[in-house]
Design a protein around this ligand. Structure first.
Ligand code: HEC
Ligand code: HEC
Length: 384
């Protein structure tokens, strides 16, 4: 037996980068604030899978698919042998481990693609922006979460496999994925390090990171680092908003005193009550005749929050209790939650003045989309 190079440097680099990306993507999956990092890691994982497929054809001996091309049946037989504690040692990937690798590569692809579609549908960002409505994107979001959970299970299975195999054959498999070497019989083929390819990989990842954080996001690095102050003051990522229903009569009648609040911001039961009480409309009398009232109510109901056309519509609707009929958007639980962090002095800025002046901070308030990306806090020192 002698120390033999089994895992070439690019394979090891691939392995640990993918593992780090996976962990990072989990940690950043819950909050909008980390979305850009989450998406960055997602694209990087897709790139890594593409690399691994190429390396499975062109890499050194143990990295090639041909060296670990076992069928599922062999994988299960091997698993049974492992459980009985008398499995044969493989210096390269064993049959069960190989199956896990193929499944992980396929799942990474699935998680990446569904993530890309979710980003386009839910946040209106990325190349898939505008391909589908918020409601349609929810199917992909569910698939994204389901496949990510499946991937986590598989990763846990892979870790268990590493521990069991290490004990069974009295060798530290995790360490050999760092050093690349294992004790092997003389005569067993050895891999070549291929350091040049690994350096090229690192350069590409660094270039991608540089491009992403300095150009793709159009935002200063400060914002990415999450200083809340600057987050509120700088415009966000470029976006493509959906085209929501519009109506000239509604703009005319409901947009003369304040912004014509888009119907998707309240459920239809609220619009019904607002129109029924139009003579005492927040202290003003609207004085609309019956046909006009009916036409406005029809437009408002047809495009209300219950339709879940956009992310805010869906979230506003789901935040309201079934029996509640809010008359103000600014009193819905989702709105309150989203604006809790804004300072009292910011509501009094000359460009804002009232909570109902949505356009003071949301560049797309007229269109009714309220995308994160179109949020723009007015500067605190601006002249009126
Ligand atoms: C005569 C002026 C006037 C017209 C016309 C008018 N409103 Fe209003 N509306 C008000 C006032 C005043 C408020 C209270 C604003 C505030 O509190 O800052 C208000 C508030 C609202 C709010 C609550 C905003 C919040 O705080 O979330 C909604 C919803 C609303 N109006 C809907 C409508 C609709 C729908 C129409 C068209 C049928 C309409 N308004 C037409 C004067 C008007
Ligand atoms: C003083 C500025 C300001 C005004 C005025 C304002 N907003 Fe906002 N709004 C914000 C900020 C800041 C955020 C982002 C909060 C965050 O990222 O957690 C936000 C977030 C939102 C979101 C959530 C977007 C998302 O997808 O996460 C919605 C929806 C929204 N606002 C709707 C409204 C509506 C409707 C009005 C008017 C009735 C309004 N806002 C008035 C500052 C404002």
């Amino acid at each position: 037996m002698q120390r033999t190079l089994i895992w070439d440097v690019p394979t090891r680099l691939f392995h640990w980068t993918l593992a780090l990306c996976f962990a990072g993507a989990w940690l950043t999956s819950e909050s909008d604030e980390w979305l850009s990092v989450h998406v960055f890691l997602g694209y990087l994982m897709l790139g890594l899978v593409a690399f691994r497929v190429v390396w499975g054809l062109l890499g050194t001996h143990y990295a090639r698919f041909s060296s670990f091309w076992f069928g599922p049946k062999t994988a299960l037989t091997y698993l049974r042998q492992v459980l009985k504690g008398k499995a044969e040692r493989h210096v390269g990937h064993n049959p069960t481990g190989s199956l896990a690798i193929y499944l992980l590569l396929i799942l990474t692809l699935l998680v990446g693609i569904t993530g890309f579609l979710t980003l386009g549908g839910e946040e209106r960002q990325g190349a898939a922006a505008g391909w589908m409505s918020f409601a349609q994107s929810q199917t992909f979001k569910e698939l994204h979460e389901f496949s990510a959970n499946l991937m986590l299970l598989l990763v846990l299975g892979h870790l268990a496999g590493v521990v069991v195999e290490s004990v069974l054959h009295r060798e530290n498999l995790a360490r050999s994925m760092f050093t690349g070497t294992k004790l092997a019989n003389t005569g067993v083929p050895a891999a070549r390090p291929r350091r040049g390819v690994a350096v090229l990989m690192l350069v590409l990842v660094a270039m991608y990171g540089f491009w992403w954080f300095f150009y793709a996001l159009h935002t200063p690095l400060e914002r990415q680092l999450g200083r809340p102050e600057s987050r509120l003051e700088t415009p966000n990522v470029a976006f493509v908003g959906p085209k929501l229903a519009d109506n000239a009569q509604w703009r005319d009648e409901c947009g003369s005193c304040h912004l014509a609040f888009h119907p998707s911001l309240l459920p239809s039961r609220s619009w019904k009550r607002i129109m029924a009480q139009q003579q005492q409309h927040f202290g003003a009398g609207l004085g609309l005749d019956a046909p006009t009232s009916a036409a406005l109510l029809a437009f408002l109901s047809e495009n209300s929050a219950d339709r879940h056309q956009t992310e805010p519509a869906s979230k506003i609707d789901r935040s309201i209790k079934m029996e509640a009929v809010p008359l103000r958007i600014t009193e819905t639980p989702y709105w309150v939650k989203k604006h809790r962090a804004i300072l009292a002095t910011d509501w009094q800025l000359p460009q804002v003045k009232s909570k109902a002046n949505c356009a003071g901070c949301h560049l797309d308030a007229e269109a009714g989309t309220f995308e994160d990306a179109a949020m723009h806090m007015p500067a605190r020192n601006a002249k009126p």
